[in-house]
Ligand binder design. Structure first.
Ligand SMILES: [Zn+2]
Length: 124
């Protein structure tokens, strides 16, 4: 039993695409999903209090042995209505930030398109 950790939006349209892509492309069976409306923008913003999110990540790592943390942004995000390029910049910023906090883990940024295609846009 292997687990990955996913920091995703609350949007119901992007849960299964993220889970399916991660389990198909990484050697994991389960995805611990940590959600926040507009997660990519929230993580990228300098003034966000991400303490609660990090507590959840720690449980996934220490309790489930996760070695891969995914940061997801998606098209048509109601909580973070910025253009696609801004989303991707936010995802990259969030990936760097999470990698700094968890340097021993693999951190991957995912973008989910309007057709719910999942794209790996950064990996650290
Ligand atoms: Zn969203």
């Amino acid at each position: 039993m292997t687990f990955a950790t996913c920091l995703n939006c609350i949007d119901g349209r992007v849960q299964l695409p993220a889970i399916n892509w991660i389990t198909e492309n990484y050697n994991v069976k389960y995805v611990d999903m940590i959600t926040k409306a507009g997660m990519d923008g929230f993580l990228a913003a300098e003034n966000s209090d991400i303490h609660e999110i990090l507590k959840n990540v720690e449980v996934s790592i220490s309790g489930h042995g996760s070695k891969n943390i995914f940061v997801v942004g998606h098209y048509d995000c109601a909580a973070n209505p910025v253009d696609d390029l801004t989303h991707k910049n936010q995802i990259n910023t969030a990936v760097k930030q999470i990698k700094n906090l968890f340097p021993d883990l693999n951190v991957i940024g995912l973008w989910i398109t309007e057709n719910f295609v999942v794209e790996n846009i950064s990996e650290k």
